[in-house]
Design a protein around this ligand. Structure first.
Ligand code: AP5
Length: 217
């Protein structure tokens, strides 16, 4: 049996973190923890923290650290992570990275890789307007590079696909600005720990699996 893999996906909105996280998950049989999906689910259900988070998300701002740390801390405490985990969209700020460091240290765990997915801003804005997401199972499509078999319908669960509310150009620009200010500084932190693996966000879709396997061994 292979050793557990603990991975962080880091990169600007729409660079392809989620797409790669799900490929790695299938290759190595480890769960993906996507804070964006967890928060969107809470918003849809109208839970207490969902009500607070919704406003921040629709403006493309970060949801307050104490809310996100609470959600992630609860998820990391569950028992299905013995083979590791892939954090997609967390941490996104220095207090979140400190929270994660403390959690890992407390539980005697170590990170293996921080995968930094890179893509130019213009390509991101163009790409996200072509993204379609499944609100039910979280599967992500692209109208050109990964279209669903039947237009507007999720291949995996048959739900109707949506354009996310925060995938409008003006909100995307704000998400990019927030990324630069709050999340990008984390690269330095993980660089110093020797954990960063750089991957181009525009690498050919049908060769992603092969590329990730080569990188992770
Ligand atoms: P979240 O849902 O995490 O959004 P994000 O980080 O902005 O990332 P995205 O999901 O938009 O993109 P991605 O990089 O995963 O790209 P994808 O694989 O889909 O967060 C949303 C909001 O929630 C935040 O703004 C914030 O408000 C809140 N939030 C979440 N986490 C938080 C936290 N920790 N703290 C505070 N607030 C938080 O790919 C994009 C498109 O490109 C797809 O259509 C895909 O098919 C296509 N694509 C991917 N790779 C390729 C390729 N190689 N070639 C061609 N097309 C490709």
């Amino acid at each position: 049996m292979r050793r557990p893999l603990r991975i962080i996906m880091l990169g600007p909105p729409g660079s392809g973190k989620g797409t790669r996280a799900h490929i790695i998950s299938e290759l190595y049989g480890i769960p993906v923890i996507t804070t964006g999906d967890m928060l969107r689910e809470a918003v849809a259900k109208g839970t207490e923290y969902g009500k607070t988070a919704g406003g921040y998300m629709s403006r493309g701002e970060l949801v307050p650290d104490e809310i996100v740390n609470g959600v992630v801390g609860e998820r990391l405490g569950r028992s299905d992570l013995e083979n590791g985990f892939i954090l997609d969209g967390f941490p996104r700020s220095t207090p979140q990275a400190e929270f994660l460091d403390d959690f890992l240290e407390e539980h005697g765990l170590k990170l293996d890789y921080v995968i930094h997915v890179t893509l130019e801003d213009e390509a991101i804005v163009k790409r996200l307007s072509n993204r379609r997401s499944c609100p039910n199972c979280g599967e992500v499509y692209h109208l050109v590079s990964k279209p669903p078999k039947k237009e507007g319908v999720c291949d995996r669960c048959g739900s109707e696909l949506i354009l996310r509310g925060d995938d409008r150009p003006e909100v995307i620009r704000n998400r990019l600005a927030v990324y630069r200010e709050k999340t990008q500084p984390l690269l330095d932190r993980y660089m110093k720990k020797g954990l960063i693996k750089e991957v181009p966000g525009d690498y050919s879709m049908d060769r992603l699996s092969e590329q990730l396997k080569r990188m992770l061994g």
